[in-house]
Design a protein around this ligand. Sequence first.
Ligand SMILES: NC(=O)c1ccc[n+]([C@@H]2O[C@H](COP(=O)([O-])OP(=O)(O)OC[C@H]3O[C@@H](n4cnc5c(N)ncnc54)[C@H](O)[C@@H]3O)[C@@H](O)[C@H]2O)c1
Ligand SMILES: [Zn+2]
Length: 356
Amino acid sequence: MSPTPPGAYRPAADHWGTFTKLSKRLPEGSVAVVDRTVARLHPGLIPALEARNPRAILQLVGGERAKNFETLQKVLAGGLTLPRSGTLVAVGGGTIGDVATVAAHLLKRGVRLVQVPTTLLAAVDSSLGGKGAVDMSVRGAVVKNPVGVFHYADETWICPELYTSLSEVQLREGAIEAWKMAVCLDGDLFRRYSRKPPPLQRLVKDARRLKENVCAQDPYEQTGLRRVLNFGHTFGHVLEGLSRFKLSHGDAVGLGMLCALDVGRLLGVTPQDVAIQVEEALNRGLGILGRDRIAALCKRAALKDVTTLLAADKKAGKAGELRMVLLSAIGAFDIKDVTENDWRTLWPAWTRGILP
Ligand SMILES: NC(=O)c1ccc[n+]([C@@H]2O[C@H](COP(=O)([O-])OP(=O)(O)OC[C@H]3O[C@@H](n4cnc5c(N)ncnc54)[C@H](O)[C@@H]3O)[C@@H](O)[C@H]2O)c1
Ligand SMILES: [Zn+2]
């Protein structure tokens, strides 16, 4: 059997431990891309990398603004001397991971990639599943992720000590993405979470197992199965946009899940008792922001802005209908086309912060 080409789908190979211990796995002569903030907060990180005689260590400012061609070019320039068998290591959140994934795909038509997610969101979501992308400025507006690749990591290092410097909001945002997977894909697990929220390491393990299982069945997003990972994202993106990105992505998804429960009930997909149970678990167990935050954002919004934000949603179909992931039970989902008339029915309740 021929070896798997660089970046082609392979099951996640997760290694748990401290960064210092895991860095000993790194082949000599690699190139590392490191979020500068993480390097500052965890001073042992750069010396541990240096001990492996890397070709280069690039420290970059993480954050959405890092996801552009300029940063990509820096990473490519830093990685130019890597041989095809060489390794690029990405140490950072989803933004550093996404840019490094694109770079790993382009360098020598594909080099080895090691992901070291340093945010909870990256650990449970973005470092798994092969996707990398950069944002682009189109006529003055930033478009998210229009240019990207699939390039699966060879290894992922999960270093729990790195998560100790994350803020409460960052931890909640990662947890929201993890609970999102549980509620759609594993009813028993979600009910367990509802009774007692899991410790962080358990949450990471569970989420990675669930996402891996989805990606293994649809590694290149061809069957539509991966859409399930967008639960809560349709109206989540709208709320994120309406807040002018003051609301964190995760918090927006938390509220977006409430909207999806409402749409599900309206269309007869989500049974009433399921919607109530899930909303309560999200409020109490996870501490999502409440419906009053939905109201505060929707009240001030012009409907045409909402329509524009929804149209930009990559899940919108040809006729502008929204393709939404809706819960049919705890642990089961359905994908439905949702019309403007449907969500407009719910709008008055959303602007008042009450259950429709
Ligand atoms: N590829 C995918 O499948 C996928 C999936 C979901 C999200 N994403 C992408 O991920 C990005 C968001 O990821 P993110 O939330 O990790 O963002 P991020 O990389 O911008 O990190 C958020 C902030 O946290 C800081 N940070 C990182 N690690 C830290 C640590 N250990 N302690 C303290 N601060 C730390 C960063 O410097 C940054 O300021 C978005 O661009 C999104 O599009 C990609
Ligand atoms: Zn998300």
